[in-house]
Design a protein around this ligand. Sequence first.
Ligand code: NAP
Length: 324
Amino acid sequence: MTLVVKIEKTGGPEVLKFEKITLKKPEPDEVTIEQKAIGLNFIDTYHRSGLYPLNLPSGIGSEGAGIIKEVGSKVSNFSVGDNVAYAGAPLGSYSSLRNYPTKNLVKIPDGIDFSTAATLMTKGLTAFYLLYKTFKVSANDTILFHAAAGGVGQIFCQWAKSLGCKVIGTVGNEEKINIAKKNGCDFVINYTKEDFAKKVLEITKGIGVPVIYDGVGKDTFEKSIECLQFMGMMVSFGNSSGPLSNIDVKKMIQPKSLFFTRPTMFHYLASREQINEGTEKLFERVKLGKIKIEIFKKYKLENAIEAHKDLESRKIIGPAVLIP
Ligand SMILES: NC(=O)c1ccc[n+]([C@@H]2O[C@H](COP(=O)([O-])OP(=O)(O)OC[C@H]3O[C@@H](n4cnc5c(N)ncnc54)[C@H](OP(=O)(O)O)[C@@H]3O)[C@@H](O)[C@H]2O)c1
């Protein structure tokens, strides 16, 4: 029997429902994956809470890695026994076995384990597109990343540092300061204690930064604007503290001729070419040891409720996975 996690209604972690089903055969363009690790992502909590609406009932989870057990009749580029990983729709990665179309599937190179692969496909590829596509950083840029000790944060900051950037990271408690430093931050600010805008302006000698990557949202947006240079770029890519409300362009954007973008991974990684470009860069860096993945915690899939509670209460420091 296959264990699957579903939501029939939106709400707190307790709406996650566990079911045992018999999985149907894969469609012609799908493969059946025996899942070995499932990436835990903040976006899963938005789907569960209803912040990002879904048609219900729905599976949950968008990232995973495992071994192909069966291939559909039209699949030619993947075989039974391949180690594969993926990110993206259709949701339903919270399961022990699943069918998944080959469109977003990649083979995991030798030397990369399932938990690492399951972490790279969303968090790593997000770091990739933020650094190379949304705002192309240059070697000497001083940049600001919020929640630098988080899942995306740890990968992003190591990668930015390896490109020669000076990275300013913010974190929510003292314990996370050293972790952010270990992951490439040159300066770390505890934004629950310090005025991060004041600190960033001190560090940049009053000039500000050319780009801010902000996955925190509601609590950081206004102060972030203070940290930007003229013509700087505000990259608002998430809402872990809550979504942004209406942006007052005259007050927030116009005074410094700022750019504002709200990017989504699946627009930047929509084609096979884009996925290949991102995964090649990412896997190479991981193999070279330029990006090191330390899994903070492996939860049993049966404990997904606990994992969601921990993620939303800021207890998870870095990438975490669910293990079926
Ligand atoms: N747009 C995209 O393409 C895309 C793709 C992937 C992820 N994302 C976004 O990237 C962000 C990071 O994702 P992740 O999965 O790696 O999560 P994460 O960073 O591991 O966890 C979120 C972090 O946000 C911080 N935070 C600040 N205020 C918070 C609050 N009120 N409640 C909870 N957390 C709060 C916490 O760090 P501190 O305690 O250090 O403040 C927390 O650890 C999320 O916003 C996610 O939606 C966007």
